[in-house]
Ligand binder design. Structure first.
Ligand code: CMP
Length: 145
């Protein structure tokens, strides 16, 4: 496997709670064609307000999620290895609700396209259900903040 075509070694992948119930074969089959993207410190991964057609799982490093209003910046969360982001726009069709930037020197995220998510949702409905649950919780947290 090359770097652009999924993680170099599946055994080196961190545990990802969202996918913990996926059998290893299904996991590899689904994600082997997903690109692994790398970002340096402070580098922008997602921009608030833009269209989204993928979500991301953190394989290495950490990211910061923040909202930008006028020139004011509101931090929402720091996400670490095993967490994911970008699911909101994908599930709702709405623009990205926040911006996301890399915190670490070498943040690596697995990019999961809408098409791969659709396949996953058909073959493993509980994963899609769990993703929706997280999405609802984040939406609620943002409304309450
Ligand atoms: P999306 O709206 O596609 O793009 C920005 C992402 O930031 C969003 O999906 C979520 O994955 C993430 N996000 C938004 N609000 C929060 C929050 N309160 N806590 C953690 N992550 C969030």
């Amino acid at each position: 496997l090359t770097e652009e075509a999924g993680p170099g070694s599946w055994d080196a992948l961190p545990s990802i709670p969202l996918f913990s119930d996926l059998p290893r074969d299904a996991f590899i089959q689904l994600f082997e064609r997903c690109p692994l993207r790398r970002f340096g410190p402070g580098e922008r991964i997602l921009a608030q307000g833009t269209h989204g057609d993928a979500f991301y799982v953190i394989c290495e490093g950490s990211v910061r999620v923040f909202r930008e209003e006028d020139s004011h910046r509101q931090d929402l969360a720091t996400l670490e290895v095993g967490a994911f982001f970008g699911e909101m726009a994908l599930l709702s069709g709405a623009p990205r609700a926040a911006s996301v930037e890399s915190v670490s020197d070498d943040t690596q995220v697995l990019e999961i396209s809408a098409a791969v998510l659709a396949t996953l949702s058909r073959s493993h409905p509980p994963v899609a259900k769990a993703l929706k649950k997280f999405c609802r919780e984040r939406l609620l947290a943002n409304v309450m903040n």
